[in-house]
Design a protein around this ligand. Sequence first.
Ligand SMILES: [Zn+2]
Length: 184
Amino acid sequence: MSTLNPLLLQTLAASGGNANSSIQEMLLSQLGDQDPTVSLLAKYLTQNQANDEEEEEEEEDDDASIQSTQEAEATYSQELEAAQVRNQKLVNIARQLWQELEDLDSELEDLRDRNDALAQALGACHLCWGEDLACEVCHGQGYPGSFPADPDMYRQYVTPAVQRLQRSRGVRGAGGANARFNHG
Ligand SMILES: [Zn+2]
């Protein structure tokens, strides 16, 4: 170390490692040719500087990575929240549709029961009332009166209507059909 140029040491000390690298390199390369120790020092300093730069780049990379991760998390959080809102809307729609479906099913069941009761009361095909030639029950022949009517159903559904009609018209002879079924 005794051969190190004091000027070089002063320059290096003043630079604090952050001096213009071209000055360092110039001085070191000149002195390094003369002294192996200086040459090693030059290599060490150059390597050290390179490492510092790499560490700074890594820190910048880390900062960028953290920022990028935070942005990704924020975006993910927003998308998740939006997806949850959409999901809740779909759940509400599905519940509403399911309720409407249950209501329709219940109403359809009531209407079928009433249809079947009236078809029995009038002796008609409960599927098509004689209006469908392809009907598997009556082949289009199941109009009212084509089957034996159910007397109880007839009294429940038809008799009151016939009586009301007779009263309103003052007609007595209209009970032909009524008499046929109302013999109970
Ligand atoms: Zn039919």
